[in-house]
Design a protein around this ligand. Structure first.
Ligand SMILES: [Zn+2]
Length: 377
């Protein structure tokens, strides 16, 4: 969310566009009575907010910073994060389940228990709460993108066919949205038919063009997960991205990225075989930082230290330099590599990168120690 938030709930920034209230009020006009229109708008606002806070809590659980936007067609909770399929399913389900459990359940209990002689006003308001929190939540779970149910469908498909998951989910969305639209028309629900038509249209457009955005998200997510110390999640993202790229250069880098992820999990095998294969195919050479990483991981420490120092200065790929610095930091070898770096031409930049990586991963003492060595060197 780029515009500033209007308020925060439990530390989550929330922005509400006026159009949100306009659409909700229009939907409530059928009640006729000002009291019921007001309770409808209030209940819808609180319920959508609880739904979005459910998504936000799940994002937070995985260490991301979410923000919420309530717009004309509902709510949106986003975080700058690429999620693994499993996490994506949890985040998607957390929204509708929160609204159903926290608000729909109590409203339903109140209705079935009858509450003796409930006043007509209380009855109408309870049914409003039921309609919004149970009815809308169930609709929201239909397998239509971009509804939560559509996102769950896409994430489940990623387990079976990462390359085609979004496209298949978009195809399913078109079919279900068209069916829903026909039902809405049959029952004379004009607004419902319009919304279903809109979903069918956007998914058809998605089917026509599904470019590389998905892959770019996964690349960013892989690096973020590695920096956060979750190499297994990073590997899942890198493998999913690998399944969907066609260009040989992209494939080569992603194969290397998978090897990095294995290396961070203590398995130097894939990195070593990339290095070995490069001997016969110089065009397929992995980054020099990865070759240094293989030496370090297989106990050739003296060789690894000097190759890593050289690579942190000369490796052309900046993401490969960051990964080399991160691995050096993880192995606890940052001070030794900095000592080599300060003796190299242009080595200060590499030393500064190592210091930044230590800072970024929360090792402030280590970063200060490097600063001292850089100043002395
Ligand atoms: Zn949702």
């Amino acid at each position: 969310m780029d515009a500033p938030p209007h308020f925060t709930v439990f530390g989550v920034p929330v922005r509400v566009e006026p159009f949100f209230f306009v659409i909700i009020a229009l939907l409530g006009l059928a009640y006729g009575e000002p009291l019921y229109i007001a309770t409808w708008v209030g209940l819808a606002f609180v319920s959508v907010l609880v739904h979005e806070l459910g998504h936000a809590a799940a994002f937070r659980h995985y260490g991301h910073q979410p923000s919420i936007l309530l717009h004309g067609f509902g709510g949106l909770t986003s975080a700058r994060a690429a999620l693994t399929p499993g996490r994506s399913i949890v985040v998607s389900l957390a929204g509708p389940l929160s609204a159903m459990v926290l608000l729909g359940g109590p409203a339903w209990l109140a209705v079935v228990s009858g509450w003796g002689d409930m006043s007509p006003e209380a009855e109408v308001i309870l049914f409003q709460a039921l309609f919004i929190n149970i009815g809308w939540s169930l609709l929201n779970l239909l397998p239509i993108l971009p509804l939560d149910g559509g996102n769950v469908t896409a994430a489940v498909l990623e387990y079976f066919t990462p390359r085609n998951a979004r496209r298949i989910a978009a195809g399913v969305s078109v079919v279900v949205a068209v069916a829903l639209g026909l039902v809405a028309v049959a029952y004379g629900l004009v607004f419902g038919a319009l919304v279903a038509g809109f979903f069918a249209f956007t998914n058809l457009r998605e089917l026509r063009s599904r470019p590389q955005q998905d892959v770019a998200d996964k690349l960013v997510g892989t690096l973020q997960a590695l920096l956060a110390g979750d190499a297994a999640a990073a590997e899942q993202l890198a493998r999913a991205a690998l399944a969907s790229v066609r260009h040989p250069d992209d494939q080569r880098w992603l194969r290397e990225l998978v090897a990095w992820c294995r290396l961070f999990q203590g398995d130097a095998g894939p990195a070593a075989s990339l290095s070995a294969a490069a001997a016969s195919q110089p065009d397929n050479r992995p980054s020099s930082t990865l070759e240094a990483g293989v030496a370090l991981a297989s106990g050739r420490v003296a060789e690894g230290l000097s190759v890593m120092a050289w690579a942190l200065v000369n490796e052309p790929r900046s993401d490969a330099r960051v990964l080399g610095a991160l691995l050096t930091a993880r192995l606890g070898l940052a001070p030794q590599v900095v000592d080599e770096l300060v003796r190299l031409d242009g080595g200060r930049e590499g030393a500064a990168l190592l210091r930044d990586v230590l800072q970024r991963t929360g090792d402030l003492q280590g970063a200060q120690e490097l600063e001292r060595r850089i100043a002395e060197g």
